[in-house]
Ligand binder design. Structure first.
Ligand code: URA
Length: 210
């Protein structure tokens, strides 16, 4: 599980995650912390973006200075909880393009069913960073990545806040080429598919829907 799997162990990330896990953390604070952590996760997932040089003029001299190379990257939110990771990442890369993928779990088959898909044009030439706070069973993230690959994406990374070992194994079986970045690898999934110790339902905690 060490290949293509990064735990962002920065002390600020770990501290903020602990605050988010606490069951008495209010909705507004939870959302704010998620925004802050997502900026820090974005910093790590984008650490090796390619640079090129451009000539600029400072007040003192002309120089060749580094700028990001290639097409604007694309952030893809896996709805609905993915939206919580989006805002903090956009704070860091405001000109990123943004896609959305909506999936729900069929109550009979428990398989993910797509209800929405919209991504920017030219996705095949962009780095695509898919975001979903909870990598639990891994089914919906894997289905979202399948869909992105079918749409032409060929440089994909997945960012989640928490991961369960079961979800990582499932995901990596289908998409070994997609690096995962997370703030924590938790203990296990319970019988209802929740990450333990986890933080509960990320969407509900973010939007106060429970
Ligand atoms: N989704 C959540 O929001 N929380 C979990 O623990 C698992 C899946």
């Amino acid at each position: 599980m060490t290949e293509n799997f990064t735990i962002v162990d920065h002390p600020l990330v770990q501290h903020k995650l602990t605050l988010m896990r606490r069951k008495d953390t209010p909705t507004a604070v939870f959302r704010q912390l998620l925004r802050e952590i997502s900026t820090l996760l974005a910093y790590e997932v984008m650490r090796d973006l390619s640079l090129t040089e451009r000539e600029i003029e400072t007040p003192l001299a002309t120089m060749k200075a580094p700028v990001l190379a290639g097409k604007k990257l694309c952030l893809v939110s896996i709805l609905r909880a993915g939206n919580g990771l989006l805002e903090g990442m956009l704070d860091l890369v405001p000109s990123a393009r943004v896609g959305h993928i909506g999936l729900y779990r069929d109550p009979e088959t428990l398989r993910p069913v797509e209800y929405y898909f919209k991504v920017p044009h030219g996705i095949e030439g962009r780095m695509v960073i898919a975001v979903d706070p909870m990598l639990a069973t891994g089914n919906s993230s894997a289905a979202a990545i399948d869909r992105l690959k079918k749409a032409g994406a060929n440089q994909i990374r997945l960012v989640c806040l928490l991961a369960a070992p079961e979800g990582v194994a499932n995901f990596q079986e289908v998409h070994p080429d997609v690096p995962i970045f997370t703030a924590s690898l938790d203990s296990h999934l319970n019988e209802r598919g929740y990450i333990v110790p986890g933080l509960g339902d990320a969407g509900d905690r973010m939007y106060g829907t429970k």
